[in-house]
Design a protein around this ligand. Structure first.
Ligand SMILES: Nc1nc2c(c(=O)[nH]1)N[C@H]1C(S)=C(S)[C@@H](COP(=O)(O)O)O[C@H]1N2
Ligand SMILES: [Mo]
Length: 195
């Protein structure tokens, strides 16, 4: 790649209203939770035929995908070229078997934070339960041991410390969607806030 922040065709790779950050801000409400491997579970449930739970070792044993993706926070910073490795959300959803009317998923940390994502977006190749960032196990402050990564939407959709994937027939507002953030949150259309 040539100039950082530009694509080979010269078009900006940075969505409108965003600025590139070199560092990696840490942003969340509340405190960083302790990770206890014995009690940790990831639950996949809701409008599915086959709800299930995984222990961390089980999640960590699933096939992983590596990808490079940009990360856009609605507050205006973008971190380009994040190297994520994780388990595709699609693999977990395929195992759960969403019902024919399933249309959204709520990605929750099990302690008050969640984000609503269209099922179609959650099924895209680049939507992950990320376990590694830039060659290291995902640090706790960035959502480790496991966080959602939904690169096509603003970063508030990428729930840190992921513990719950709830399949829904209708959208349900998560933490920020019920506080005035846009239901969808597409950075290329600047879907930041409602009103
Ligand atoms: N559980 C949880 N996940 C969360 C948040 C949060 O407050 N709690 N904040 C979101 C927001 S607004 C952003 S910008 C990103 C920030 O991720 P980072 O701290 O790894 O940069 O996490 C998202 N995921
Ligand atoms: Mo954010």
């Amino acid at each position: 790649m040539g100039v950082e922040g530009e694509r080979p065709d010269g078009k900006s790779r940075v969505p409108p209203g965003q600025g590139v950050t070199k560092g990696f801000p840490v942003l969340h409400v509340g405190s960083v939770p302790d990770f206890d491997a014995a009690s940790w579970r990831l639950s996949v449930r809701g409008a599915v035929e086959n709800p299930f739970e995984l222990r961390f070792v089980e999640l960590a044993g699933l096939e992983r995908r590596a990808q490079v993706a940009d990360f856009h926070c609605v507050t205006g910073w973008s971190r380009l070229g994040c190297r994520w490795v994780g388990v595709p959300l699609a693999a977990l959803l395929a195992r759960a078997k969403p019902t024919p009317n399933a249309a959204h998923v709520l990605l929750g940390d099990g302690r008050g934070y969640s984000a609503d994502v269209p099922l179609r977006v959650a099924l895209a190749d680049d939507a992950l339960v990320a376990l590694e960032l830039d060659g290291e196990p995902l640090a706790a402050r960035h959502g480790g041991p496991a966080r959602a990564i939904v690169p096509d939407l603003y970063a508030w959709k990428s729930t840190k410390w992921l513990r719950e994937i709830v399949v829904l027939e209708r959208p349900e507002p998560g933490y920020w969607e019920s506080r005035g953030y846009h239901a969808r949150g597409d950075p290329w259309h600047e879907e930041r806030f409602v009103g």
